[in-house]
Write a protein that binds this ligand. Structure first.
Ligand code: ZN
Length: 493
């Protein structure tokens, strides 16, 4: 039997920026639902019917579509690929008028090997077919009132007023209730997993769930995704080529990662102090697909959420991949100079901002923080970077990302830094602000002197280098400036 197939993949480009191009939560969710539906196996299978089938080997993720058809000798399939792309692009464009899509294809014995050998390289090299939103056809077109990125196509009621909207914003302009109850939405799927009351309808109400002392007007947006999946994937590909099950190995791995992400999210949400207190969903998921997570929540929930999510993800992945990693490492152990394979982990970027701060900018910053966190440890270790836009501005912070292991032990118990930050939070906020100022203007010795005068030297001491050896790192493994920043929204016990 000939098992050669031609695989045709489609992806939504810069998906998070696209979803958040309208600043309001309702529009964001409507777009995220449309995307989940348009890229679902059921919808795409129907569109490609007669030309290709859904590629079950690829696993499922929002915003990604994979199709395949049996390869024939010769180059007849080039034309077929083109027809498939035309059809699927047309379908995606109708559902998501303002998004940007790309497609790559390749031929081989299994999706695993085609992905590793061809698709990944083509994506990296930009050897892809693009499908872009339609441009303004009339130079005098009225700009869309909602996104101001595209020309308006018609007028319709928005918040009880008639507004000019582009097709993409029109797609997003559906009643919030309808969006929330759509069973395909990330929020509905999360609620189906954990069964809580719905999240608030608007950002100000979500922010207001934060502790009274925090002002109740700040949100955090957290972006997280897996580390070193490429390395792990490549190892799986090599392993798969040896065994009888290349396709099922990749499929199993995809499903495992998606499930670990969903379960870690559910566990982190359920364990949030605020969830336990209110019994309702306090985290709004924007994107949950593959190993990708983008969520918003009251600012004071972000640290407990992030630490919990990263730990849960790591534990689940470690458990699920233990067998295959042992198998691969048993072989590698015999090969001198070959590094042992580690299970993938996840990293996160957190952005704190007033709820009025446009969601698209928060999302962009969160993505940037995530990239910084990953880059700092070469995408190999669980890490986190954060930015407090209210306190620090929008520019990237001038401090290194943190390893998760600095804030939390593998079993979830607090580290020295964790305990020290918890102690630092007990110093009144006014004192902490003054310390931050002194640190910035006059340096650590001056800040320590001020802390000493008001009786808080013990609380800041773990974050300072020994006074006679200023080059050494602080006992807590975190500097005072970073610690004061973390303490601002820290509610971990
Ligand atoms: Zn628009």
């Amino acid at each position: 039997m000939n098992d050669r197939h031609v695989y045709v993949d489609f992806a939504t480009v810069r998906i998070q920026q696209y979803l958040s191009r309208t600043s309001d939560l309702r529009g964001h969710r409507a777009a995220s639902n449309s995307l989940a539906y348009a890229t679902s196996a059921a919808a795409v299978g129907k569109v490609a019917d007669g030309l290709a089938e859904v590629n079950e080997e690829a696993g499922e993720a929002d915003g990604v579509v994979s199709l395949r058809f049996p390869a024939e000798p010769g180059t007849a399939h080039v034309d077929r690929v083109r027809r498939i792309q035309d059809r699927v692009f047309g379908h995606l464009r109708a559902a998501l008028p303002g998004a940007e899509f790309q497609s790559v294809w390749g031929e081989g014995d299994s999706y695993l090997s085609v992905y590793a050998d061809t698709l990944r390289r083509k994506e990296r090299d930009g050897d892809v077919r693009h499908d872009l939103p339609a441009n303004a056809e009339f130079p005098l077109a009225i700009p869309c009132r909602s996104c101001e990125l595209a020309p308006a196509a018609g007028r319709e009621p928005v918040h009880e007023r008639m507004e000019w909207l582009c097709p993409d914003c029109s797609m997003r302009n559906v009643p919030r209730r309808q969006v929330r109850e759509d069973p395909r939405s990330p929020e509905a799927r999360l609620r189906a997993d954990i069964g809580l009351d719905p999240a608030p309808d608007h950002f100000p109400d979500l922010a207001a769930l934060g502790a009274p002392g925090s002002g109740g007007n700040h949100l955090a947006t957290v972006a997280a995704d897996g580390n070193a999946f490429g390395v792990f994937f490549k190892a799986l590909a090599d392993e798969g080529l040896r065994g009888p099950e290349p396709a099922s190995l990749k499929q199993r791995f995809s499903v495992t990662m998606s499930r670990a992400t969903r379960e870690a999210l559910a566990a982190a949400v359920l364990e949030l102090p605020l969830t336990l207190k209110t019994g309702r969903l306090c985290v709004v998921p924007h994107v949950v697909g593959g190993d990708d997570v983008l969520v918003s929540m009251p600012a004071d929930q972000a640290w407990p959420f992030t630490l919990h999510f990263l730990r849960e993800f790591e534990q689940r992945v470690r458990r699920e991949t233990a067998e295959v990693i042992d198998r691969i490492n048993a072989r590698r152990a015999g090969l001198p100079g070959t590094a042992l394979l580690e299970p993938p982990t996840a990293s996160a970027g957190i952005v704190f901002a007033r709820h009025r701060h446009p969601l698209n900018l928060q999302v962009e910053s969160a993505g940037r923080m995530l990239s910084e966190a990953k880059r700092a440890f070469r995408g190999r270790r669980a890490s986190v970077q954060w930015l407090d836009i209210t306190a620090e501005g929008s520019d990237p912070p001038d401090r290194p990302p943190l390893l998760l292991s600095t804030l939390q032990n593998a079993d979830g118990t607090p580290t020295r830094a964790h305990a020290a930050v918890t102690t630092l939070v007990r110093v009144p906020a006014g004192h902490r602000n003054r310390l931050a100022e002194a640190l910035r203007d006059a340096g650590p010795i001056k800040a320590a002197a001020i802390a000493d005068r008001v009786g808080h030297l013990a609380a800041v001491r773990p974050f300072l280098a020994p006074f006679d050896r200023p080059g050494e790192s602080p006992a807590a493994g975190v500097g005072l400036a970073a610690a004061l920043g973390i303490a601002r929204w820290w509610t971990c016990e």
